[in-house]
Design a protein around this ligand. Sequence first.
Ligand code: FES
Length: 337
Amino acid sequence: MTFPRECWYVAARADELGDGLAARRILGTSVVLYRLADGSVAALEDRCAHRPYPLSAGHRDGDRIVCGYHGCTYDPDGTCVLIPSQDKPPLGARVRAFPVHLSGPLVWVWMGTPGGARLRPPPATPELTPGQGWSCNGARRDVAANFLLLHEHYLDLTNVFEMHADMVPPGIEALPPLEEVEVSEVSVSYVRTLPSAPLAPWEAAAAGLDTDEAFSRRETGTFVTPGLHRQTYSIIGADGPVFELVRLHGFTPQTDRSTRVFLQLAWRGSAVATDTDRRLAEVFGAMADRDAAALEAMQRCLDEDETPRHYVNVKADRAALRARRIVHSMIEEERGR
Ligand code: FES
């Protein structure tokens, strides 16, 4: 499995977790998530310490999980506290517990070195927290492709003319080159400004504005961490932004060839329509369907290539290539440890 582990990933949306036990596959590991009485979330390896049986197939006893096979019972920190057939659990009987962080609608999990989570907080997502005029919605889907293909896809939006022509403002026939690609050791971002043009129908509907008027747009895309990609899109009038959209993608590898995608949209504007929520969900849901189809086709091509092929890079790949290098160097560093 080839993905960095020393990193926070989105494990679930907060509203997915109720009274039950939620089984998830994260970085090739089976994890069971459940909500505790105080509202926090526990994440344990989804394997009983006694036999290879999933804890998620058991049941809850308050904040504890009872294995559905012989009844071993676990605290939320993974300690086995009870074995029905003997007085005391054997020393060291436990399963791994993973640190969890709740932030707005997202539940983050740390699958890396125990103790490492304290050194790095999960990425900030202020747009997803109520206040400052932001509204947001979210959805999740599974894409049968490697998570790095997804990062690269969203760092090169020149695919928009072929794949999402209805998203392009009228009159714009080519994306201007990236103004800036900013690179740090662990992240990469690009910035691009589009020339003034009337609004595409989806923009007008979402922003509550008239299609006759012309606006410029500024977009940015950031590989924040291997677990999060962030895009912003601002429609700018004479006095500044009239509509701002943030598209966050939590990319959580399940396996080398499967990624759970948490798409969160946040928006604000001076004339936002009452049904912007529904319209954005429809537009970006349809876009995500087309993206997923292309990404899964690419993964199938990679699987069919009998030997690794060399694919040509073009200028628009600059940010994507940098992200790939960051991920590879993180993996190498973790292997070196
Ligand atoms: S397998 Fe879980 S208690 Fe035996």
